[in-house]
Design a protein around this ligand. Structure first.
Ligand code: PPS
Length: 362
């Protein structure tokens, strides 16, 4: 603009038009050069950018001169291609690692597994712990150690989410706790695997289990028919899965052949409902995590009758567990319930002694 005004004063009109065109053309050329050379270096954060000094050159002329050498520097190092978020990591890592690894981590075998028990509250524990930024979990039950073991560890690993070095990989498959081969198989994957068992009053658990099966198989025999070999004599059918799963002491004996007790954490399924933050504090301690999941993450949903998450991992809205969690249970004859309590009592006492905690299932 200054160039045009100056020309207006000094040069006769016939030359002005030509002069203005040349002036505008040279300005346009300068601008194009500037655009071509300068903006690449501006995408990289200044703290780690080798062309940092280039951006701070004073005045357009110096900036233009410097941008040429800066652009050359950037081309030789290749760093102008690196996304700002990964630049710091890239500099401290092995050059052969792919960029996807630097950004999202890689798939690792789980460091901690929720191994049981079915209908204990395993989904709630997984959904609650995975809001911790240092935890990532497989969404579905893998059943690797009980049903899919022949597929191999690489198959298992492929089911895991990508994690950064600081993050723990987790999965949950509740049937592991009652599968004979599972403790040995997990131990042979890694003897350091941390194990979480969510336990619940075995009588309520059995009724919950039955309620679930009935919802899928409406012509199922009655609970009493399945639970007792002879109800009037009080003989319980221990071969029925819904009963067998609740014999926690027997299953735990099998795990203790392969893992020390200190490596197994027991979550109370009852307290998980009345005090989710308290139970989650203990889970975080057990996993060696900072206590980030606290009572501010939960609210009690009166319609559902259960605690729900205020803000889950994947979205910004509150969320309760699905309809299959927290069902209304089938009504069972109180006498049958009393008989089952008598049946489980010695096993429960044994279990309390083994783990050093009284869960008060009476
Ligand atoms: N916050 C919250 N919301 C809903 N449900 C909760 C919650 N906390 C614990 N529970 C209890 O979890 C029970 C289901 O246990 P699991 O998730 O282990 O079931 S499963 O084995 O995966 O099918 C489920 O059992 P039922 O009540 O019998 O349906 C619940 O009692």
């Amino acid at each position: 603009m200054a160039c045009v005004l100056l020309l207006g004063r000094l040069v006769p009109y016939s030359y002005r038009l030509r002069g203005t065109s040349i002036c505008l053309l040279s300005l346009l050329l300068s601008y194009l050069c500037y655009c071509a050379l300068f903006p690449d270096s501006a995408m990289v954060p200044s703290s780690v950018n080798p062309t940092h000094s280039c951006q701070r050159a004073d005045g357009a002329k110096r900036r233009l001169q410097k941008s040429l050498s800066c652009a050359l520097d950037a081309r030789t190092t290749g760093e102008d291609q690196i996304a700002p978020s990964s630049l710091n990591t890239a500099r401290n890592s092995t050059p052969s690692l792919p960029m996807s690894h630097l950004k999202f981590g890689n798939k690792k075998l789980p460091k901690a597994i929720i191994v049981g028990v079915k209908k204990g509250g395993t989904r709630a524990v997984l959904e609650f712990i995975r809001i911790h930024p240092d935890v990532r979990a497989a969404g579905t039950e893998t059943h690797f150690f009980d049903r899919n073991y022949d597929r191999g560890l690489e198959w298992y690993r492929s089911l895991m989410p990508r994690t950064l070095e600081s993050q723990i990989t987790m999965e949950k498959t509740p049937s592991y706790f009652v599968t004979k081969e599972t403790p040995r198989r997990i131990s042979s994957m890694s003897h350091d695997t941390k194990l979480i068992v969510v336990v619940r009053d075995p009588v309520t658990r059995a009724i919950s289990d039955y309620t679930q099966t009935l919802s899928k198989t409406p012509d199922l025999p009655s609970f009493q028919q399945l639970a007792f070999k002879n109800q009037s004599l009080g003989i319980v059918d221990m071969s029925w899965n819904a009963i067998r799963i609740g014999l926690y002491a027997l299953h735990l004996e099998n795990w203790l052949r392969y893992f020390p007790l200190a490596q197994i954490h027991f979550v109370s399924g009852e307290r998980l409902i009345t005090d989710p933050a308290g139970e989650l504090a203990r889970v975080q301690d057990f996993l060696g995590l900072k206590r980030i999941v606290t009572d501010k993450h939960f609210y009690f949903n009166r319609t559902k009758g259960f605690p729900c998450l205020k803000k889950p991992e994947s979205s910004g809205s509150p969320r309760c567990l699905g309809k299959s969690k927290g069902r209304t249970h089938v009504q069972i004859d109180p006498e049958a319930i009393e008989q089952l309590r008598d049946f489980y009592r010695p096993y429960n006492i044994k279990f309390y002694e083994m783990v050093g905690h009284d869960f008060k299932w009476e």
